[in-house]
Design a protein around this ligand. Sequence first.
Ligand code: TXE
Length: 498
Amino acid sequence: MTIADPQTLTDVRLVRHWIGGREVGEPTIERHAPATGELVALYADATAEEVDAAVAAARTTFESETWQSTVHGQRASWLERFAEILTENRQRLAEIDAQEVGKPLAFALGDIDLGIAHVRQAAAIARTETGEAFPGVSHGYLAVGERRALGVVGLVIPWNFPAQIMLQKLPYALAAGCTTVVKPSEFTSSSAVVIAQLAEAAAIPAGAVNVVTGYGRTAGQGILEHADVAYVSFTGSTRTGRVVAETAARQLKRVGLELGGKAANVVFADADLEKAADGAVFGAFINQGESCVATTRLIVQRSIAERFTAMVVSRAAKLRLGRPEDPEADLGALIHPPHRDAVAAAVDAAVAAGGVLELGGEIPGGELSDGAFYPPTIVSGVDPTSALFSEEVFGPVLAVSVFDDDDDAVALVNATSYGLAHSLWTTDLDRGVNLGRRLEAGTIWVNTCTDGSPQLAFGGVKASGYGRDAGFEGYREFTEYRTLQIRTAERTSPFAGR
Ligand code: TXE
């Protein structure tokens, strides 16, 4: 089935909140497509009352007898059906995200498919959830450990992979038995509402998936501070993540924080250089570099640095910028013109600080000048003390530095405050594994990068946050562990007979 609203790509989409199975609110926040500058959507701007209403709807559903009596198998069936319905609507969801993010449609389709794989993974977890039994803790004693739903949870979503990141959280929350209030980014809100409507088409009860659109400091903060919200899973910037953590700490509320990154791609002289060069280009420039796991630092062994940098530059020079509908496009537009300008300023500053511009660095004119485009850019000779080495740029900008030996490589990789993901390229697997384990990150890749699977938990350390999305660990985030202890034989109390 396809849903009725908001869907058209020819008209301006009018996007309202989705609360308790109904559309609510007046769309007022303008969204201009970053690739063309055209007005494509208006999103409702949540008031405090609308946030309250969404949390109340989620709470009413959570506390209902029907929801409380629902077993894991039933939730698995809902999610399996949800995955089918999302698959039927994948093209429409991809078109919406491609247009609002500015990315090529082919890549947006891949995002939706990964999101759907998460829904199936969560269904599998729900179907096979068993809890734990402890038959032998002591004589005459049986104990059961079970994971209980936290209750109403908030999901705060960024703009770089709107549907995919929502689906990397939502189905695991539902599998656990939580009900949800989702806050998409104020730049990319449409697909969240469509996904919520599709959840109900899959017979997931109204009130289980609510969406409030609007700004972070109002809608996002409102969800976070709400006394009836037990947990918030947040993906976004480290700066906002600190605010979220501080707010949550005042209430002793749990939060999961998937924040920024500055992933390194370390290439040893013994690596398969052709594959490593392909990986370096893919890892840095996929999704225009607007990815928290983008491998935006290329750290190359000195003996091959010049040759390898040339291999990467020649590949990156062939990447094409284009609008979402352009089938030849490898990179789309950045999220909005001010962000494009910030990316350009970061490159200019790196060059002024002594970096060598190997490729790109010029905002394109011509037919792409209406959009927020920025070309694949490579700066070599980047000093580890410079901002380009240590700060997240979130654009198609690759910083190249060199290392001499293993210890040097490890020190350079770990030198930033971030710790989300890093990659090593070597044909010596012992080195890959042993050095990989010395890198500070939630994900380490050896001879691959920007890779993953719904079965694998995803998240960071240090300033990249804490908590995990996806897989069993992602599911566990939405639960708390309860033990149930049953005495099956007489226990002699020290107070017996008193
Ligand atoms: O992020 P924010 P922005 C990084 C990237 C990017 C920068 C800024 O470097 O350039 O962040 O992007 C909501 N309480 N990443 O400004 O502010 C907000 O409405 C609750 C990395 O978009 O972190 C949006 O829904 N919520 C990242 C979401 O948080 C709040 C992906 C993210 O917004 C809030 C995106 C508050 N006080 C950007 N303030 C990644 N990890 O992949 C804002 N929000």
